[in-house]
Design a protein around this ligand. Structure first.
Ligand code: NAD
Length: 397
């Protein structure tokens, strides 16, 4: 297959590009390097020393003999370039990672809220519009989030995208239907992902665009089989208060003996997936596309759920670190249950990497190894969700 990877310089996009290239697909990366620029804005950096795109691609060619093309292109702003590129390259599939993906960053200020909406919704819409205008039968695989469901499901297992309901007609007849699971975003970032779902449903219905939307859990880990091959291929590892997702942030805090900061009671239950499983899921989604005329295929891309305070306690006990409870910057329920149906990927053959297998490797091989690159001042989350909360370093409880 010829596959275009939108956002192929990012945390999930880079290892996926290498994985697909290794598997024999022709890979083309489009990225505007905005994630690297956001690091400049926030005066932070990946814990791991990531190479420039030129060095990454040259190293991959040296190690694997395979070539990956790269275009620096803003898919939210440069519609004509995007369309012409699709017409020239005629890809079989596009994998779309190219969005601003941090909830705390999206809540920082009105500017950050507006940037996240402008960037994410235009990126998705331009991609769909260009596929429709190109008249090519390109399968679009998008990285969405488990966060579109919200987290309160009254004990029900979250289905893969669609909810079975019964409509009561005027004559009293009960008619079974399936609807898109009611969205319930918890941040401006998550709201853009729920909007993406409507864009997919519309272009699928109106223009017959084939779409797979992957509702992904929080990704943890750093290395994949391909990024391990050479240090110049290393993946990024975010630990700062905006982009550091909860498990990777804990791993890094544990590695340097910094108390694991749990927001609120830590009663939030979240879904997780290892980066090696992420790249495999994308490969499976490409292998099993929806048929022409089929509705948007939605798959839950996660392997385990955990309560945040349980994770903190587990890592604390493995590494002799303390747990510190701080104010929660988010506006959310203090405690929630989360049960998720992920049978589609398991049936396709996904073999989950569990926390039990990978945690200590991450602490010792990645977080400890690069600990001296860490800027401790960047660890606390300083963004807040509402004006009545105090922005700044969260207070210990
Ligand atoms: P990332 O920020 O590391 O990567 C995104 C990449 O897209 C960056 O390289 C960035 O430069 C690029 N990009 C952003 N806007 C662009 C634009 N307008 N034009 C071109 N390139 C653009 O994020 P990630 O962690 O790799 O996440 C990738 C996708 O997976 C996101 O859509 C995110 O919502 C989703 N996801 C991630 C996680 C996670 O834990 N990391 C969890 C669930 C879902």
């Amino acid at each position: 297959m010829k596959v275009v990877i939108l956002g192929g310089d990012g945390f999930c996009g880079w290892p996926t590009s290498l994985h697909l290239s290794k598997a024999g697909h022709e890979v083309i990366i489009l990225d505007n390097l905005s994630r690297r620029n956001i690091d400049n804005e926030l005066e932070t950096d990946s814990l791991t020393p990531i190479s420039s795109m030129g060095v990454r691609l040259a190293a991959w060619k040296e190690v694997s003999g395979k070539e990956i093309k790269f275009y620096n292109l803003d898919i939210a702003q440069e519609y004509d370039r995007l369309l012409n590129l699709l017409l020239d390259e005629k890809p079989d599939a596009i994998v779309h990672f190219a969005e601003q993906r941090a909830a705390p960053y999206s809540m920082k200020s009105p500017r950050h809220r507006r940037y996240t909406v402008d960037n994410n919704i235009n990126a998705t819409h331009n991609t769909l519009c260009a596929i429709a205008e190109s008249e090519l039968d390109i399968h679009l695989v998008h990285l969405g989030t488990m966060g579109v469901y919200g987290y309160g499901t009254a004990g029900m297992k979250i289905p893969e995208g669609y909810l079975d309901i019964e409509v009561v007609a005027e004559n009293g007849e009960r008619i079974p239907q399936q609807i898109l699971y009611p969205p319930n975003p918890g941040s401006v970032y998550h709201m853009t992902k729920t909007q993406d779902q409507l864009l997919f449903a519309y272009y699928n219905k109106n223009d017959g665009v084939r779409v797979t939307d992957l509702h992904q859990g929080i990704v943890w880990g750093t290395d994949t089989e391909e990024t391990k091959l050479d240090e110049r291929l290393i993946n990024r590892f975010d630990y700062d208060g905006d982009y550091g997702t909860v498990l990777n942030r804990f791993l890094m805090q544990a590695a340097i003996g910094y108390p694991l900061t749990v927001h609120g009671t830590g009663g939030q239950t979240r879904a997780f997936i290892h980066i090696q499983n992420t790249v495999r899921c994308v490969e499976l989604a490409l292998q099993y596309p929806p048929e022409k005329g089929e509705r948007v295929k939605i798959l839950n891309q996660m392997t385990e759920t955990h309560r945040v305070r349980d994770l903190a306690k587990l890592i604390a006990s493995l590494t002799n670190t303390e747990v510190a409870y701080v104010d929660n910057p988010r506006k959310e329920a203090a405690e929630n249950e989360l049960k998720v149906d992920n049978s589609c990927f398991l049936e396709m053959g996904l073999k989950p990497t569990t926390l039990a297998e990978g945690l200590l490797h991450e602490v010792t091989e990645i977080a400890k190894k690069y600990a001296d690159h860490a800027d401790l001042a960047k660890i606390p989350c300083t963004s807040v969700w509402t004006k009545d909360q105090k922005a700044g370093v969260p207070q210990l409880k």
